[in-house]
Design a protein around this ligand. Structure first.
Ligand SMILES: NC(=O)c1ccc[n+]([C@@H]2O[C@H](COP(=O)([O-])OP(=O)(O)OC[C@H]3O[C@@H](n4cnc5c(N)ncnc54)[C@H](O)[C@@H]3O)[C@@H](O)[C@H]2O)c1
Length: 300
């Protein structure tokens, strides 16, 4: 019988992207969400439930081998959700997930985290170069969302020690659905394609189920070629730096009515995922420029 994987927040962007990827890899899939899950892929089990309710989480966990925990309020909800709500869903909900996972003998939990955990650490010095952001940079969240994910990361580490639940935290860039050109420019500012997010979840889950243990945190963002030498220019004249690596990009962007949004202050290092998991994102600014060259309005 196939291992059963529970995806919390199964009706969301990540849940909808990861479900078919898990099914294709041979897992049985159970999607849990507080709202009805429309268009669930064939073969996935769906369940309506609230991760803030321990009983809902316990019953969802029956027979489960691994969990992809994605249910959360996130960056786009900061403006219209109170800190209490972030605490209830992101902190208390995550605690319930780990408690129920421990009680059910679940072997691995993949935690959805965020680049927001870096908070103040990711801001460059005044007048200085862009900040390079690796997983070792201290986590100094400056809003409740980042705080909630730092606590969730600590829960992930703690339940590996206390209950032997294998774990990892995936710190994603932004993958909220956006219009094509916006998403393309987003790749310069900490974006990631949802298909890469889904694949990262699969790769880390497979590794955890195979080897156990805790793998720490991984930045999961699209790839950019920028080097330390570009640091100042990224902030002062990002289009010029883009033109160094993609000479036709300034012309293509202008023709498309797109342009960088302003200084590029942050560059995310993604090498740890490649070194440890063999995971490298497939989609990013390179593929966006390629789409512009070919007159397409989607990435392939
Ligand atoms: N989307 C991004 O840009 C982004 C960036 C970084 C990190 N993340 C993280 O990735 C994860 C998934 O993000 P997403 O974009 O798929 O989010 P999403 O908002 O699209 O989906 C979240 C899902 O959780 C469900 N949910 C809300 N409250 C719930 C509850 N009480 N019980 C059960 N389900 C509940 C929602 O109905 C929704 O379907 C989140 O943990 C988020 O913090 C997302």
């Amino acid at each position: 019988m196939s291992d059963l994987i529970l995806v919390t927040g199964g009706a969301g962007t990540l849940g909808r992207s990861v479900a078919p990827v898990l099914l294709e890899a041979g897992y049985a899939v159970r999607l849990l969400d507080i709202r009805a899950i429309e268009d669930a892929p064939m073969g996935a089990e769906t369940l309506i439930g609230d991760v803030r309710e321990p009983a809902d989480v316990r019953s969802a966990m029956a027979g489960v081998t691994g969990v992809i925990h994605a249910a959360a309020w996130h960056g786009i909800h900061l403006g219209d959700h109170a800190r209490d709500e972030f605490w209830d869903l992101n902190v208390r909900g995550t605690y319930h997930v780990f408690e129920a996972a421990a009680a059910a003998g679940v072997r691995a939990v993949v935690l959805s985290s965020t680049m927001g955990v870096y908070g103040d650490s990711r801001r460059p010095a005044d007048g200085g170069p862009a900040q390079w952001i690796g997983e070792d940079l201290p986590r100094r969240p400056s809003e409740i969302y980042g705080v909630s994910k730092v606590i969730s990361e600590e829960l992930s580490q703690a339940y590996a020690r206390m209950a032997g639940i294998a774990g990892a935290a995936l710190r994603y860039g932004m993958f909220v659905p956006e219009p094509f050109h916006h998403a393309g420019i987003r790749f310069l500012y900490g974006g990631v394609d949802e298909r890469d997010v889904a694949r990262a979840n699969l790769v880390v889950l497979q590794r955890l189920l195979r080897d156990g243990g805790h793998l720490g945190a991984f930045n999961v963002l699209s790839e950019l070629p920028f080097k330390a030498d570009d640091g100042l220019a990224l902030r002062q004249d990002p289009l010029a730096v883009v033109g160094r690596y993609w000479p036709d990009a300034p012309r293509l962007l202008e023709a498309a009515g797109a342009k960088p949004w302003g200084p590029i202050d942050e560059v995310y290092e993604i090498g740890r995922a490649e070194a440890i998991l063999g995971f490298r994102p497939k989609w990013g600014f390179e593929q966006y420029v390629e789409a512009l060259r070919s007159g397409r309005d989607r990435l392939v």
